[in-house]
Design a protein around this ligand. Sequence first.
Ligand code: CS2
Length: 491
Amino acid sequence: MDRLDASHALPASLQTPSYTPADHGTGIFHLGLGAFHRAHQAVYTDTALATSGGDWRIVGASLRSAAPVEELAPQDGLYTLIERGSDGTRARVIGSISTALSGATQGAEILAALVDPATRIVSLTVTEKGYGIDRATGGANPADPTVAADLLTPEHPRGVLGFLVRALAVRRAAGAPPFTVLCCDNLPDNGAMLRAGVVDFATRLDPELATWIAQTVAFPGTMVDRITPARTEQTLADAASLIGLTDLAAIETEPFTQWVIEDHFPTGRPAWETAGAIFVEDVAPYEAMKLRMLNGAHSMLAYTGYLSGHRYVRDTMTDPAMRRLIKRHLLAAAATLAPLPGIDFTAYAEALCHRFANPAIAHETYQIAMDGTQKLPQRILHPAMDAAAAGQSLRPFAFATAGWMRYCVGQLDNGQAYALRDPREQEIARALDGRTDASGIVAALGGLPGLWPDGLQTLPGWSDMVTEILSDMMTHGVTQTLQAEATSLAD
Ligand code: CS2
């Protein structure tokens, strides 16, 4: 079977770009070419190109892994997006990505594209850990080896902050306008967070440049949402039978998609609203809703679900005990939110349950359980602080935290080991040092610097509650603890 590329005709039954991709110039540089970008921003841009035109195709780069480039570059950036819903599967070929570059071998090309005045937006999906920002201080993290290397040789950057700051420095020196920086990761206040990291990194090299960045570069905040599992052999096999060509860049996702963006683009933007993006003044309340409800419940069900033998999110929704605990978590998270005009949090929670239960999406709990130290603060721990301040029960948040601590032990109830996959996993292993007693584990993980919001661990009842739940998980097993917890909930 031939490989998909621009020279092949595609079946008429398929939704394909209704514009001629090669007729459109590039305007966006995207860092992080993984499945999520291909299921989200690239799709909105594909629709915007079809409906409103413009030179907004995407030059993308993958800084860590060469795989996205090997998948996309030989296909002229084309790939199949498979949407799987309970009512069937739809496929569409996306044409918005023009070029895919690899950070490992094409640093000079990446820099050249970032500096090119045609690049008016730099968007990012590099995961929570990919920024090299110290979340406790808000500045660049000099203990991150990539950040340290980029501070030493800023003219040959390798990491996110290094590339952004070098490109902005060169543009400034050339008298060219800066680009707009659009962070699309699941981080609270993501625009402001990235702005603080970039400005701090620049301050360490050139304070005048830092002032210029702070005064002239826009960092609009965004809330991004689309459940996108890691793709499998089945994804590729389905793409091949749908398009009649081999497509190594195909991905699968759910039908639902949402993008809420602060409308601050001094250098222009695609007409993403034609694809359903919502432009608002302040994205923070939408972001809090999504991070605390969707992602918070996801983390809770990922740890406890994985440990109780549920491979996929959809399996946790068919387990009555887990379903009750997921609903409890969603409602507890909703209760920490300020009202959002036009949004009914109960209806949002119901819609999330429906999405989690999607039988056609195989989203692994193990995938979501990754990188807990990067996710817990915004998803579970800060919401717990707000719940305490409002006099609400801490129990759902303590339960999720105990689930994460149990997961950090690295062994199933039957003793089988698994890899934690967290950037702080060595630190976690050192802190735990083989401990299996709940109070020892709570104390050891409670000592991880920068993780816990000030005051959480001394909240009345918090540590005792986490210890009690964890102790049940260690002694009676996770499945039994889940069942007992669900049974204890009043109807
Ligand atoms: C998930 C998210 O892996 C995870 O941590 O919670 O990737 C989630 O699927 C997306 O944010 C949905 O928009």
